[in-house]
Ligand binder design. Structure first.
Ligand SMILES: *Cc1c(COP(=O)(O)O)cnc(C)c1O
Length: 244
């Protein structure tokens, strides 16, 4: 718990410093705490410290924690690859979906959003390149396909287009990738001014993302600690012991 509090203020300080260095108001950058693998008790503890936005990348884990924490005023985000047969369940949690990267998913999520309490808020995920297998494991639409996907989301009654999301390729300088994302985001914003969100930056590269205009950084490790990685960062994992 003490660890979480220190980590939270350290991450906030990093975001604030990065925003100021870029001449931006720190209040324009939200922190999304990626709580994957960590138990609901840790989410509750961070929420008690004022953290509102939490992200998960596995549907079952999202549903479990959302149910366990339904007495806490949180905003959930889904940042993992989404199967169409799980779209309705995610929509019912009210989670913001950061991983819309194909038209078939837009259609399914739209139907889910129409029967949910409110439209599903959506970021279109962009593949910023990198090794081919890595991109496939991570998801994301080819940059050329992004404007059409954004149009489809914006035109769907069950969805609300929030902006673009991306993960920088591993092992490369993040700044050029984030610059490409920023240019694409600007292009989408020209047609959809309401879609002013850019979800980018993680524990290792949030400064570069904020410098490039990220409005929401997704941070796991720097808040909660290292995750065990039995089968790779973006794959299956087991819940861990609580910090408490
Ligand atoms: C796990 C994850 C994060 C957080 O990564 P850290 O390096 O632990 O901060 C951010 N975005 C996505 C999509 C993730 O899956």
């Amino acid at each position: 718990m003490a660890g979480l509090e220190e980590n939270l203020s350290a991450v906030r300080a990093r975001i604030d410093a990065a925003a100021r260095a870029a001449g931006r108001d720190p209040a324009t950058v939200r922190l999304l705490a990626v709580s994957k693998t960590w138990p609901a008790a840790d989410v509750r503890a961070l929420a008690a410290l004022g953290q509102v936005d939490f992200g998960e990348n596995r549907v079952q884990e999202l549903l479990g924690k959302a149910a366990e924490l339904d007495d806490v005023a949180l905003r959930w985000h889904f940042v993992g690859q989404l199967q169409r047969n799980k779209a309705a369940a995610v929509a019912r949690t009210g989670a913001v979906v950061h991983s819309v990267d194909r038209l078939a998913l837009v259609d399914t999520l739209d139907r889910a959003g129409r029967s949910a309490e409110a439209p599903v808020e959506v970021y279109v995920q962009v593949d910023l390149g990198g090794p081919e297998g890595e991109a496939a494991a991570r998801g994301g639409a080819r940059p050329d396909d992004v404007p059409a996907l954004a149009d489809a989301v914006a035109g769907a009654a069950g969805l609300r287009l929030r902006g673009l999301m991306a993960v920088a390729p591993r092992g490369a300088e993040p700044a050029p990738a984030f610059a490409r994302l920023a240019a694409l985001a600007e292009r989408v914003r020209a047609d959809h001014p309401e879609a002013d969100g850019v979800s980018a930056g993680m524990s290792g590269d949030l400064e570069a993302a904020v410098a490039a205009g990220a409005t929401l950084v997704r941070v796991g490790t720097a808040l909660f600690g290292s995750r065990p990685l039995p089968c790779g960062e973006f794959e299956e994992h087991q819940p861990r012991e609580s910090h408490r």
